[in-house]
Design a binder for this molecule. Structure first.
Ligand SMILES: *Cc1c(COP(=O)(O)O)cnc(C)c1O
Length: 247
C-alpha cells in the first residue's frame, strides 16, 4: 500500500474508533447492547479505496445514495466476505433495475411504484432484496397531538408506511426488513425517532422479519440509539466533510 493510502486508512481508523465510542456511550446510557446496533459506513462521494479501508477495518455494511456513483464503486470494491451494500437515498424508479443488481438492502422505499420496480429488478437479477419503508417524520411532527396510545404510534405517515409494507410483502423478490427515516431539520430528533420506533414496533408485529430500524446519521446518532435504532447511517463522522459541490 502506498503512503498516502496508509495515512488515509489511519485517519478512517481514528474516526471509526470515535464513532464506535459514541455508539458505545449511547448504548450504555440507553442500557442497550452495542451488538444490536449496526454501523453503516456511507461512502457516497468517497472513492472505492475508502470503502476498502472501511472493510479492512472491520466494517461490513456500506451505504451509497446515487446509482450512477454506486454501481461502478460496488464493482470496483468487488465481492468480499460478509459485505452488504445499503442503498440509502431517494431512488428514481428508472434506476431500480440497476440498484437491484448490487444492493442488499434498499432503505428509502416510499411508494408502490418503486416497490414494483425493485421487485421486477430483483426477479430479473435472480436476487432477493431487503427493503425498508420510509417513514415521513415531517408528517408525524405536524400531526395534531395524539389523543390515544393508538394514534400516538406514528400517525398517518405510519399508517401509510404499514400499508406500503403490506404491499411490498406481496411482491416477489422483496423481503420487508423494517423502517427508515431521516430526522426533519428544525425538530427534536429524539421525538422524531421515538415516533419512528412506534411505527417500527407496529410493523414488526405484522412482519416478524422486519427487524431493522434505520435512523441516525453523524449528527444525531445518539438520539437514534436512545430511540431504539438498529442501523445507523454514518458518512461525515467517518470519512470527513463532503465537498459541497458533490453534496
Ligand atoms: C448521506 C446520508 C447519510 C450520512 O450522513 P452524514 O451526516 O454524512 O453522516 C445518512 N443517510 C442518508 C439517507 C444519506 O443520504
Amino acid at each position: 500500500m502506498s503512503e498516502p493510502d496508509d495515512a488515509r486508512r489511519a485517519q478512517i481508523a481514528a474516526h471509526l474508533q470515535q464513532v464506535r465510542e459514541r455508539i458505545g456511550a449511547a448504548c450504555r446510557s440507553a442500557s442497550r447492547d452495542p451488538g444490536e446496533v449496526t454501523l453503516i459506513a456511507v461512502t457516497k462521494t468517497w472513492p472505492a479505496s475508502d470503502a476498502a479501508h472501511a472493510y479492512a477495518l472491520g466494517v461490513r455494511d456500506l451505504g451509497e445514495n446515487k446509482d450512477q456513483e454506486a454501481a461502478p464503486k460496488v464493482a470496483e470494491v468487488g465481492p468480499r466476505s460478509g459485505l452488504r451494500w445499503h442503498f440509502v437515498g431517494q431512488l428514481q424508479t428508472n434506476k431500480a433495475r440497476s440498484v437491484a443488481t448490487y444492493a442488499d438492502v434498499v432503505h428509502a422505499v416510499d411508494r408502490e411504484r418503486l416497490a414494483r420496480a425493485l421487485s421486477a429488478g430483483a426477479e430479473r437479477a435472480g436476487r432477493t432484496l431487503e427493503v425498508l419503508v420510509q417513514v415521513n417524520l415531517e408528517a408525524v411532527e405536524h400531526e395534531p397531538a395524539p389523543q390515544s396510545a393508538q394514534s400516538a404510534r406514528g400517525g398517518a405517515s405510519g399508517q401509510q408506511a404499514l400499508a406500503l409494507a403490506a404491499y411490498a410483502a406481496g411482491l416477489p423478490g422483496l423481503r420487508v426488513a423494517g423502517v427508515m427515516a431521516v430526522a426533519p431539520r428544525q425538530c427534536d430528533p429524539r421525538a422524531a425517532f421515538d415516533a419512528l420506533h412506534a411505527v417500527h414496533l407496529r410493523l414488526l408485529a405484522e412482519h416478524p422479519g422486519a427487524r431493522i430500524m434505520s435512523a441516525g446519521m453523524s449528527g444525531d446518532l445518539e438520539h437514534a440509539v436512545a430511540a431504539g435504532a438498529t442501523h445507523l447511517r454514518v458518512g461525515t463522522a467517518l470519512f470527513g466533510p463532503r465537498s459541497p459541490v458533490l453534496r
